[in-house]
Write a protein that binds this ligand. Structure first.
Ligand code: PHE
Length: 456
């Protein structure tokens, strides 16, 4: 069963190995969310308390829902819409639908931000950060120049979407699994190097203090919702991405073990990113709340000064692009799986057509970043930040809430248990998981929502 190549199963793919499934799920989870988004929203929401609440959400909401999505996916071997229709149908099918819609929305702006990373890879190849003798103060201006250039952003967005489509066309298993196995460890190594360097630098102590000393007064209702929403975004939960990947897994997979491993890796990468960036913020007197450009404004300063900075800058942005790609393909996969399984499109058509439509949907996000024109949609947020807010703070947690309720109350405990323990796996914490998914997780998500609406 473990060596199941997809030519034996013409319609749906399967991972070629257990490790393939772990790496693909970790690849989906680890992405721009960890390296681009986590540090910048942590900066905007005041650090410590936000980080600790985020960690609390990973454990109490994220891990239980990741197990639930894998259980539903593997049990049905279907796309999210098909999975809910098969298990219950009726209004529950809407949960699957919400996931497909979230896939469209999130991927549209994800490609824009990933496009920035591709541009930075190109800049580092040109030696922009290492050989030009730039002063630290000039580095952040490079980012401003990119945002002011509408068509450069659309160009890199298109390049990135092209890469995503190309990989998804190749099918589920193949080359991607192999590439993942090499890239992830290198990404870890570089991040560890940058984090250690950061913590040992003059701004290190201040960064540690900022990241881990809670000032609970700063954790207001919007910050709590942002932290919880980010737990969903970062772990790829609430929209059926992990469900879809689970649908390609076979019985030999130990679901709880994979969910736990992936969550730990994902959290680790986020913390390392914070530890790499905030020392630079404090050393150079930058604003922690610098916003979505944080990663692009901080790390290049250090690349210019490190021995080997030229090579490290190239490697870093290459890996950032790669991490973004392994997440983007899981977003596109949700949409493609729906059109293949439910609409009986062939994979090629679904990938090309949907990739193109999602690219078009992303163009407003790219154009909205031009700071010379003030595009404000929600508060002082431009279009990109606004749909990111709606998707991650509302769509994903709502999807997650419904997935938790479905797993805890609609699926019978017997069915859920049989699915997690398939293939002779004994899930020692089954009781705890089922209690969490039935009571704790849905109540917590609901409380954070109600808190935001101002009910307390
Ligand atoms: N988890 C990915 C990241 O952190 C983003 C993502 C969200 C991927 C939802 C799939 C589904 O970058």
């Amino acid at each position: 069963m473990t060596h199941h190549h997809h030519q034996h199963k013409p319609k749906r793919g399967l991972w070629t190995s257990r490790l393939g499934f772990i790496m693909a799920s970790a690849g989906s989870a680890v992405g721009l969310g960890n390296i681009w988004k986590f540090p910048y929203i942590t900066g905007m929401h005041g650090g410590g308390a936000f980080v600790l609440f985020f960690l609390f959400c990973i454990v109490s909401v994220g891990i239980p829902i990741m197990i639930a999505e894998m259980v539903i996916g593997r049990h049905t071997h279907k796309d999210p819409v098909g999975a809910f229709r098969r298990l219950k149908g009726g209004p529950w099918t809407l949960v699957g639908w919400m996931g497909v819609i979230a896939g469209f929305v999130i991927l549209s702006y994800y490609c824009v931000v990933a496009g920035w990373a591709v541009d930075y890879l190109w800049l580092s190849l040109k030696g922009t950060f290492s050989f030009s003798g730039r002063y630290a103060k000039e580095v952040p201006l490079i980012f401003g120049n990119l945002l002011a250039d509408d068509w450069a952003q659309v160009f890199w967005q298109a390049v990135f979407m092209g890469l995503t489509v190309w990989i998804v066309l190749g099918g589920v298993a193949s080359g991607l699994e192999r590439a993942n196995k090499i890239m992830m460890p290198i990404l870890f190594l570089i991040l560890i190097t940058l984090a250690v360097r950061g913590v040992a630098s003059p701004g290190g102590a201040q960064a540690l203090n900022f990241l881990f000393t809670p000032d609970w007064g700063k954790l207001d209702a919007p910050s709590m919702l942002e932290a919880m929403g980010h737990a969903f975004f970062s772990l790829s939960l609430g929209m059926g991405a992990i469900l879809t990947y689970g649908s390609y897994a076979d019985e030999s997979v130990n679901i709880p073990a994979v969910a736990f491993t992936v969550s730990v890796m994902d959290t680790f990468v986020a913390m390392l990113s914070g530890l790499a960036m905030f020392p630079i913020v404090f050393t150079y007197g930058m604003e922690p709340a610098a916003g979505p450009g944080l990663v692009f404004k901080t790390l290049p300063i250090i690349f210019a000064q490190m021995p080997g900075g030229f090579v490290i800058s190239i490697l870093f942005f290459m890996l950032l692009v790669f991490a973004a790609l392994t997440s983007a393909i899981s977003l596109l996969e949700v949409v493609v799986a729906y059109y293949c399984d439910e609409k009986k499109w062939d994979r090629r058509k679904a990938t090309l057509v949907m990739g193109f439509i999602i690219f078009l949907l992303g163009v407003p996000s790219a154009l909205s970043n031009n700071m010379l024109k003030d595009y404000h949609i929600i508060g002082d947020r431009n279009f990109l930040d606004s749909i990111d807010l709606v998707a991650t703070n509302y769509l994903l947690p709502l999807g997650g809430l419904l997935i938790a309720l479905f797993t805890g109350w609609v699926m019978t405990p017997k069915l859920a248990r049989a699915e997690v323990e398939k293939g002779n796996i004994r899930f020692r914490f089954y009781g705890a998981w089922h209690f969490l998914i039935r009571y704790v997780t849905p109540v917590l998500v609901a409380l954070v929502f109600l808190n935001k609406v101002g009910l307390f």
